[in-house]
Design a protein around this ligand. Structure first.
Ligand code: ADP
Ligand code: ZN
Length: 610
């Protein structure tokens, strides 16, 4: 290996610094750029926020011709093109939202090699007209974004993606770079196979998102716990709250608004125009909380989402990781918070049981849910658990709830026996609430009616609270020692594996119940406070002023605020207090074009302040 820097490498670094304003490549970015510039194919797996875009944007600038980006996310193309225009890159998109005249204009520019990057939706690309256009256009590369959409087993499958193999057949000399944040081996193989990327070099980054803190708490009143969490740690921050149902999305948004938090709903049952409006506000304004079903979020690349909260259990670790991955793309600290309880387990199991799918599919869904439950119930590091699920070895992280406050486990065999034998004694005909009443020896009407106070197990669990028994029950369901009969009022039933526990042949480790602590205001721990604590009081004032300037400027230019500058850049400006354009040039995130557009304004603003 030679350490010589090639002309192209020098060129790439120069573009990174002058156009994008960043001092250095991150992780494998430099190698990927180098490989694609040289005409090679690449498969890039990088977590959300890792910096995938630069991997094709810079090669498209260096290579002759137009770079074609295939992306399913039509709604985001405008922002992507705006962001590139802001740094002086000639970009455009072709999709169904634009007028014919506009499309014709862009097609002409493509043929004349007057654009650096063009974003195209896959269904558009496959039309004979578009393929003909590509044949007449000098092409720098194809970037296939969200490449996992090619996977039929994945949750984002797009049939048009399968047809993308045509690119290789029609344009064998144009390098292709496929990018995704979905990690597992099966998806990876499907991408290679279906897109004919057998000769591509693989660039696989660590999937760890060290700036995200994972936290899964015992649910008792989820909405109230969410409110405490936001008020204590995320006042004024942008965040996403995921709920399972449309109704819950609406109710949660309303509840947060009643408590002074600006929250907007988003789900598939809303009118398209309302959804688009809410998404645009979330992207453009500061500090909005989006309450949403999982219909929201794919491709949302708002960098300063400070938290992602789950009020309901996700169906799989893949989904959980993808959703939580939308927090902290800018690299600053962020929280992934979830409240989880017995009802979640029951509800998800029921949804699988009642779905119309065939048995093979239900088995896969069941296994994915079990893995998710394993993550919720683990007493070990959450991050290690997630990364190992994706096939990556890792050490305990020190930045998740189980690392920070290790939960205790105890020999729960006796507790499990009490539960299982009570289920047996009530003839496996009652749901959780009644069962816990019997265990705790509570004289309810129903207990009297069924004479369950006569049972030998009546009151054998009076030493524990209702919440504690719920936690134990939940774990036994998660472990498969109890099933829930959805067709019979959610009655709890024993399973094959219960007998060994009842006979004392196996030992059960349970996670000790811990009353959910009231979220305390950790000055230091909150992501926002931490980042801002690095600014002095006067710098903080400048930062606030800069944010205000950014809002005004974004409005005037009709673009999203973060496209102008990220918080991290504004924070650095507040610290550096530049007096000249030369001072400002050194700040990360300030490239040549932005220096020209905003430099004078900023210098004046800082001067006015001192
Ligand atoms: P991805 O598509 O992988 O989720 P992006 O390409 O959107 O990530 O990049 C995430 C963020 O990181 C963006 O705000 C981007 O400007 C920033 N970024 C990317 N590469 C660098 C770099 N080398 N130095 C500094 N910031 C970077
Ligand atoms: Zn950890």
């Amino acid at each position: 290996m030679s350490n010589l820097v090639t002309v192209d490498q020098e060129r790439a670094l120069h573009l990174l610094q002058t156009v994008f304003g960043y001092p250095a490549f991150r992780a494998q970015q430099g190698q990927i750029v180098d490989h694609v510039v040289g005409g090679g194919d690449a498969l890039v797996l990088m977590p959300t926020g890792g910096g995938k875009s630069l991997c094709y944007q810079i090669p498209a600038l260096i290579r002759n011709g137009v770079g074609i980006v295939i992306s399913p996310l039509i709604a985001l193309m405008q922002d992507q093109v705006d962001a590139l225009a802001e740094v002086g890159v000639r970009a455009a998109f072709l999709n169904s939202t634009q007028s014919l005249a506009e499309a014709l204009r862009i097609e002409r520019m493509m043929r004349n090699n007057e654009l650096d990057l063009v974003y195209i939706a896959p269904e558009r690309l496959m039309t004979p007209r578009c393929l003909e256009l590509l044949s007449a256009t000098p092409l720098a590369l194809f970037a296939i974004d969200e490449a996992h959409c090619v996977s039929q087993w994945g949750h984002d499958f797009r049939p048009e993606y399968i047809k993308l193999s045509i690119l290789h057949e029609r344009f064998p000399d144009v390098p292709r770079i496929a990018l995704t944040a979905t990690a597992d081996q099966q998806t990876r193989e499907e991408i290679i196979h279906r897109l004919q990327l057998e000769n591509a070099l693989h660039f696989i980054s660590s999937f760890d998102r060290p700036n995200i803190r994972y936290q899964i708490i015992e649910k008792d009143n989820g909405r109230k716990q969410l409110l405490d969490f936001i008020q204590a740690q995320h006042a004024g921050d942008a965040g996403i709250v995921y709920c399972l149902s449309r109704k819950k999305v609406e109710e949660t948004a309303e509840f947060l608004n009643e408590h002074g938090i600006t929250a907007l709903p988003y789900h598939a049952g809303m009118e398209q125009k309302d959804r688009t409006r809410n998404q645009a506000r979330f992207l453009r304004e500061d500090g909005i909380v989006m309450t949403a079903t999982i219909a929201f979020g794919m491709g949302i690349d708002k960098p300063d989402v400070r938290f992602v909260a789950h009020l309901d259990l996700p169906k799989s670790i893949e989904g959980y990781y993808q959703e939580t991955g939308r927090a902290g793309r800018d690299g600053a600290s962020a929280n992934a918070w979830m409240a989880y309880g017995l009802q979640d387990v029951v509800q998800q199991r029921r949804m699988i049981a009642e779905s119309e799918a065939n048995d093979a599919y239900k088995r896969i869904q069941g296994a994915k849910l079990d893995a998710m439950l394993g993550l919720c119930e683990t007493i070990n590091c959450r991050r290690t658990h997630i990364l190992e699920y994706f096939g990556q070895a890792a050490l305990a992280c020190g930045n998740c709830d189980t690392c920070l406050t290790p939960p205790r486990s105890f020999d729960g065999s006796v507790a499990a026996q009490k539960i299982l034998s009570t289920i047996y004694r009530v003839d496996q005909r009652f749901a959780a609430g009644h069962l816990i009443d019997v265990l705790r020896g509570i004289d309810t009407e129903r207990v009297k009616q069924w004479r369950h106070d006569q049972l030998s197990t009546f009151g054998i669990g009076s030493d524990k609270s209702e919440a504690e028994w719920r936690t134990h029950l939940r774990q036994l369901i998660a472990l498969g020692l109890i099933t829930v009969d959805y067709e019979n009022y959610s009655a709890l039933k024993l399973t094959e594996s219960s007998r060994a526990v009842l006979k004392g042949e196996v030992q059960i480790q349970l996670r000790q119940y811990r009353k959910a602590e009231k979220a305390v205001k950790h000055k230091r721990q909150s992501a926002k406070d931490f980042a801002e604590s690095q600014l002095s009081e006067s710098e903080q004032a400048i930062f606030e002023r800069l944010r205000w300037w950014r809002v005004e400027t974004a409005k005037a230019h009709n673009i999203a605020a973060f496209i102008i500058f990220h918080d991290s850049t504004l924070r650095e400006i507040a610290k550096a207090k530049p007096r000249s354009l030369a001072d400002l040039r050194g700040v990360s995130g300030v490239g040549a074009k932005k220096l020209e557009s905003y430099g004078e304004d900023l210098i004046k603003l800082i001067a006015d302040f001192s």
